[in-house]
Design a protein around this ligand. Structure first.
Ligand code: DOR
Ligand code: ZN
Length: 343
């Protein structure tokens, strides 16, 4: 069995920087036409100038035989100016501004402490059509980790969407029924990305036979009912939901540690995984729109014209890969996958 798709795009990706780029960029460039590249470097990408310089470093790591294009983002801070937003928009190369609540995840210390500090920036983003990309979790220590997304919707997202009714918002890597319902209840300017791991697993995966660091990401995996709600949202074919892997590489020793980093490295098998997920849900007819149309349409970019072809054929995911001077363990390391890209 074979399936041909318009070349997909990854609307949420971490590539890191420096030596790591040589080992992260080629996986995504092989599969995807474009990717929205997250700005949570250390230090974060807060200006257009930094984003363009980062883009150049990524471009230098793209294999010659691909036409991959990185789509850059800015990291929103309490101090992001309206001029910076306009400048980013004018560059034509910055496609979103990412909201990390301060302390929510990897390299989020410089993130936003209270969204009220960003109202001028959001107003300008609404005006010039710059999407707000949201890591939707509260960081309040009194809130249960598994409820962080739900409270973020109530405390931040609903008021923000209300105050800026035309602001384009991508609710990134949604993990709960509440998030899917919120997106569905909003207008066309609000959409969401969904990762493979949140479609495949519930929180039991974190504890299967022992603690499983390679299944730990943020927002953390949730209960089965939430996973089912995400699957239903995606398989409905609704254009508000699109592919975003949140592939987030960390060196093996940083994952397999007493205080392990959050992030699942799925880039080497991303499109293969999504294909399997749609097949398992008897929805292969909905796959291409999710992987290749909805995101481009939301971002106002042309759909890709190239195609990729997958064949149903078993292969073994490598046990690890290099990452700069370290090693990295991919999702499903050493396990069989059922779909393979052939061109
Ligand atoms: O699991 C995650 N890893 N979630 C995030 O929000 C950030 C990401 C990373 O950069 O490692
Ligand atoms: Zn991410």
């Amino acid at each position: 069995m074979q399936i041909t798709l318009t070349r997909p795009d990854d609307w949420h990706l971490h590539l890191r920087d420096g030596l790591a780029l040589q080992h992260t960029v080629p996986f995504t460039a092989k599969q995807f036409g474009r990717a929205i590249v997250m700005p949570n470097l250390a230090p974060p990408v807060t200006t257009t100038e930094q984003a363009l310089a980062y883009r150049q470093r990524i471009m230098a790591a793209i294999p010659a035989d691909t036409a991959f294009q990185p789509l850059m983002t800015l990291y929103l801070t309490n101090n992001t100016t309206t001029d910076e937003i306009r400048h980013a928009r004018k560059s034509g190369l910055v496609h979103g501004v990412k909201l990390y609540p301060a302390g929510a995840t990897t390299n989020s210390d410089a993130g936003v402490t209270d969204i009220c500090h960003c109202h001028a920036a959001l107003e300008t983003m609404q005006e010039c059509g710059m999407p707000l990309l949201v890591h939707g979790e509260v960081v309040d220590a009194g809130i249960d980790v598994f409820d962080r997304e739900k409270y973020f919707i109530e405390r931040t997202l609903i008021p923000t969407a209300h105050k800026f009714p035309d602001l384009k918002i991508v609710f990134e890597h949604i993990t709960t029924k509440e998030a899917a319902d919120f997106v569905l209840a909003c207008g066309e300017n609000v959409a969401a990305t969904i990762t493979p791991q949140h479609l495949l697993y519930n929180r039991n995966a974190l504890f299967k036979g022992g603690i499983r660091p390679h299944y730990y990401c943020l927002p953390v995996l949730k209960r089965e009912g939430h996973r089912k709600a995400l699957v239903a949202a995606v398989m409905s074919g609704n254009k508000k939901f699109f592919l975003g892997t949140d592939s987030a590489p960390h060196a093996q020793h940083k994952k397999e540690s007493a205080c392990g980093c959050a992030g699942i490295f799925s880039a080497p098998l991303a499109i293969e995984l999504y294909t399997r997920i749609f097949e398992e849900n008897n929805a292969l007819d909905k796959l291409e729109a999710f992987t290749s149309f909805h995101g481009a349409d939301f971002y106002g970019l042309p759909r890709n014209s190239e195609k990729i072809t997958l064949v149903k054929k078993s292969w073994t995911v490598p046990k690890d890969f290099p990452l700069g001077d370290d090693r990295i363990i991919p999702l499903h390391a050493g396990e069989e996958e059922s779909w393979m890209i052939i061109k």
